[in-house]
Design a protein around this ligand. Sequence first.
Ligand SMILES: [Ca+2]
Length: 223
Amino acid sequence: MPLTLAFLALLPVSALVAATYNPYAEFGNTNPSGVWTYGYASTVGGAVTNFSDYFADPAPQANGQLAGWVTSGVDNFLGAYKSPAAGEILLHPGPTGQYAVLRFTAPETAVFQIAGSFRGIDVATTDVQILVNSLSAFTGSIAGQNDQEVFSASVALVTGQTIDFLVGFGSNGSYQQDATGLTLAITSSPATDVPEPRTTGMLALVALAMGMRRGRRCASENN
Ligand SMILES: [Ca+2]
């Protein structure tokens, strides 16, 4: 039995009202916006500093919808970049190896179904990761424009716990042309009695419950 199903079977889940969360649709010109926070961290799992500058891309998102968040000045996370696709937000690592982080904070105690993909917007050479409560649950890499890492998982969280989506500058140690897109949807199935994660054992169970399924499509397969 897959780990995900094995773990969920232990949870007496009472489905109430499912809610769907999508950063592209929901992130606005404030940070945080609702359940979403956009920032950067110097290390994987390290403290996250919120970005200060919202930007909308002129094309193809002609309606001015979110393209990404950055910090200007000495920590210019953006540089030159290509436009994200509709439905996709942009994460760009920093010049000295800072990880761009999109954080989801659980607004309720629930089982969350997450599904999405990272994609090379530019000719990106990046490492991509997903953390549950700052613990690694998924790692991958992007090697070129349109290269993808696809993921899906079920994660049990209590209110206030987090899932982080990270983009680093990869093994080449350069952030040049590293614009990486993230397409993401999270759907909750509220549970009435997900146990409080007071022990490391519970944290381990949460990590196992990720049961992350990954897929990969190379650039050549998308052309
Ligand atoms: Ca790189």
